[in-house]
Design a protein around this ligand. Structure first.
Ligand code: MG
Ligand code: ZN
Length: 394
């Protein structure tokens, strides 16, 4: 179904077209070099080359980027989710797959802060760092850059919105535990849409008397929360930004009733698409796959993995229809040293863990859409940032 998407046909057609152009180009070059006096009708070589490069990059350039991060989602987490879901995942629809080296600037085994800062800003930093480098100096994030360039921006997470992964795309703090400082950083970048937990870090702060919930409203955000109304009841309007808190602190695991990742992601796509003519950057995090790993609970991992994959399916549907959207799915690291043991059956997995922390495994990267092909291969986690910038032409 995905191979016969127009994008693939177009790519194929274009490649053939390009091949012909190459032949023509070399022919012209050979003729012009062979002639003592070049024909004035023949365009100069530099101009011809420049034109082809431009053609190629403009075709591959996406308008929108959606980066999906499954926190703690190593290959075993994916495998367990796949088998437990009747041997089916939306992840199977991707044709372009790579691996990234997840280690951080301080440790072979990264944490989510350093991992997300690598994706967001392209630097290897120390574990615990939120949008700062090894010397604790702020580094500009891809979300901030998108905002500067007039793209709409958004984040959806199933942790608090100030937790390490989302925080690293918008905040600059030397320690991931500085939740109130991280929350304040949300007021410094005009992110257009965000959904996640952690309301208390905005409206009941210990470190100062600011009420960031009210400050967001004053900045013309439509702000709401789980206590006031259901997410799907919120009336989003084109002129306003949107912020919604799904919990006071950490949202529940999906197995205990949390159900917003799919709905919030769908809302984000509709909202961001209509919010700017210049495209959008959206980060969606399946935050709790990692927490299942820390808890060494296989069922927790699997239910979170399937929830995340369901959202991936919806995002792919959007990208397939839209045709201008690059979708990237990856993880910051593996969690638990999770493995599937002999004696397992597809419908009953015997699993084990070697740690309650993260591991240093290579981590899969899945890509679809314009620019996707640069995500094949093995590269540093920081290369994901550079590849996103490259395909956007930034
Ligand atoms: Mg996370
Ligand atoms: Zn973790």
């Amino acid at each position: 179904m995905f191979n016969d998407h127009p994008y693939f046909e177009q790519t194929f057609f274009y490649k053939q077209h390009l091949d012909m152009k190459y032949i023509l180009f070399w022919l012209v070059l050979a003729i012009s070099l062979g002639c003592a006096k070049p024909d004035p009708q023949v365009p100069p070589v530099a101009e011809a080359t420049g034109k082809m490069v431009k053609l190629e990059s403009s075709f591959e350039r996406p308008k929108n980027i959606i980066l999906l991060i499954g926190d703690g989602m190593g290959l075993t987490q994916i495998s367990a989710g796949l088998y437990a879901n009747n041997n089916r995942l939306n992840l199977e629809k991707f044709r372009i797959i790579g691996l990234h080296k997840s280690y951080s600037g301080s440790d072979l085994v990264t944490d989510s802060a350093a991992g997300a800062t690598a994706f967001a800003s392209g630097v290897k930093t120390y574990n615990g760092a939120i949008g700062v480098d090894m010397d604790t100096m702020p580094v500009k994030t891809i979300l901030e850059e998108a905002e500067d360039r007039g793209l709409a921006t958004g984040m959806v997470a199933t942790s608090t919105i100030v937790h390490a992964t989302p925080a690293s795309f918008i905040a600059h703090q030397k320690n991931r535990k500085m939740y109130e400082e991280i929350a304040a950083d949300f007021l410094d970048t005009e992110i257009d849409f965000f959904v996640g937990g952690g309301k208390k870090y905005f409206d009941r702060r210990n470190s100062d008397t600011r009420n960031l919930y009210a400050e967001l409203e004053a900045k013309d955000y439509y702000v709401s929360d789980y206590f006031r109304e259901d997410l799907i009841q919120c009336k989003i309007s084109k002129g306003k930004n949107f912020a919604y808190f799904t919990a006071d602190d950490d949202p529940l695991p999906v197995a205990q009733g949390r159900d917003y990742l799919f709905a919030a992601s769908k809302m984000a796509l509709a909202f961001l698409r209509g919010h700017s003519d210049n495209g959008f950057f959206l980060m969606i995090e399946g935050s709790q796959i990692d927490w299942g790993g820390h808890a060494n609970e296989s069922n927790y991992i699997i239910s979170e993995m399937i929830d995340f994959d369901r959202t991936i399916g919806e995002v792919l549907k959007f990208a397939e229809r839209d045709g201008q959207t690059l979708v990237i799915v990856t993880a910051d690291h593996e969690t638990g040293g999770y493995s599937i043991l002999p004696g397992s059956r597809m419908d009953s997995l015997a699993t084990a863990f070697t740690t309650d922390y993260h591991t240093a495994d290579l981590i899969p990267v899945f890509a679809y859409g314009p620019g996707a092909r640069v995500f094949g291969g093995i590269y540093e986690n920081t290369a994901i940032y550079r590849k996103m910038k490259r395909v956007m032409g930034w």
